[in-house]
Design a protein around this ligand. Structure first.
Ligand code: IPM
Ligand code: MN
Length: 359
């Protein structure tokens, strides 16, 4: 298969983890006879520094014309005080989501056995946790009308959703649940918010076309509690932009390190894959950043194009690295390995695995 991949390494540790993800993709190309092309472009702080735009036009064009986007991380403290929010690195990511209509953000959360002890939760609670969050990404309070008035003494953000915005992500979530443990939890605040009532109505109606999926509703405040009391009671979570943002950060610590978690953002024409950790600027260039979230994002990219066996080999490589203790300091603070060792190990595993199969 030929794939045109737009690579946006971004800020902080973005470039070094993306480098390892690409190493693994190259190992896949070699082993499975695919041809991927990689074209790099600036985003975030780098965009601001070079052309005063966190999402330069050239970058946007490259993304639009790609089959998939591999994204590193965004954010640089230096720009946090920019009063014009359009000149903050984060704005580059928000604009990219909106321009490419990347409406569904998919974040799988899984507890790995060798890491149970790293979790802030007790072992019997974290055991067997394996769920996916479907977060709506281009609507809601993030993108509703924003106003300040009364000389800046009052401000408002509107949370607005349409039936169409809800149904397109709901279908994806139901399909995912159908292929998994057949349970879908809609998380909302339907006891207070009109927009949540709309979510319930639309999602309930769609549920009738997926009779094998068990649909349940959960208020967001209770969901926040259930995520730490019984994380393994979730299978597929569906929620709006804001609740999804907050809950996915909460969920990301369950596995013991945020350094393992990948994500996909799906639109009608474009798809983007990125580790969910941020730019972690203090670790930049120290060879300590965990490349696994970026590498697993590459695996999600392959799955998106139905390259399931290829993705599986990457996942096996990751499992092997964790079991053998080839890990970065976020997983084991006494480790002697760094970013590049973990990447090398997984890339070598991919190539060796192929030799084993073909010999
Ligand atoms: C995320 C991030 C972004 C968001 C920020 C950087 C704008 O927190 O991807 O979850 O809030 O969506
Ligand atoms: Mn977030």
């Amino acid at each position: 298969m030929n794939l045109k991949i737009a690579v946006l390494p971004g800020d902080g540790i973005g470039p070094e983890v993306i480098q390892q993800a690409i190493r693994c993709l190259e190992a896949i190309e070699e082993s499975f006879d695919h041809t991927f092309s990689y074209k790099e472009a600036a985003v975030g702080a780098l965009g601001i520094e070079t052309v005063n735009d966190p999402l330069p036009q050239k970058t946007l064009e490259l993304c639009k014309n790609s089959d998939a986007i591999l994204f590193g991380a965004i954010g640089n403290r230096q720009f946090d005080h920019n009063l014009d929010t359009r000149l903050r690195p984060e704005h580059g990511l928000l604009k990219l989501r909106k321009e490419l209509d990347l409406f569904a953000n998919i974040r799988p959360v899984k507890a790995y056995k060798p890491l149970y002890d790293r979790s802030p939760l007790k072992k019997h609670i974290v055991e067997n946790t394996d769920f996916i969050i479907y977060r709506e990404l281009t609507g809601g309070i993030y993108f509703g009308e924003k106003k300040t008035w009364d000389q800046g003494r009052k401000a408002s953000d509107v949370c607005e959703y349409s039936e169409k915005e809800i149904s397109r992500i709901a279908h994806l979530a139901f399909k995912s649940a159908r292929n998994r443990r057949k349970k879908l939890t809609l998380i909302d605040k339907a006891n207070v918010l009109e927009s949540s009532l709309l979510w319930r109505r639309v999602v309930s109606a769609i549920g009738e076309s997926y009779p094998e999926v068990n649909l349940e509703f959960c208020y967001v405040d209770h969901a926040a509690m259930r995520l730490v009391l019984q994380p393994n009671s979730f299978d597929v979570i569906l929620t709006d932009n804001m609740f999804g943002d907050i809950l996915s950060d909460e969920a990301s610590v369950i596995s013991g390190t945020i350094g393992l978690l990948p994500s996909a953002s799906i639109g009608a024409k474009n798809v983007l894959f990125e580790p969910i950790h941020g730019s972690f600027s203090t670790a930049k260039g120290k060879n300590i950043a965990n490349p696994i979230a970026a590498i697993l994002s590459a695996a999600m990219l392959l799955e998106h194009f139905s390259l399931f066996e290829e993705a599986m080999v990457i996942r096996e490589g990751v499992d092997r690295a964790l079991t053998k203790g080839i890990v970065t300091p976020d997983v084991n603070n006494k480790t002697k390995y760094g970013t590049s060792h973990v990447g090398d190990f997984i890339a070598d595993f991919i190539v060796d695995h192929h030799d084993e199969v073909t010999m």
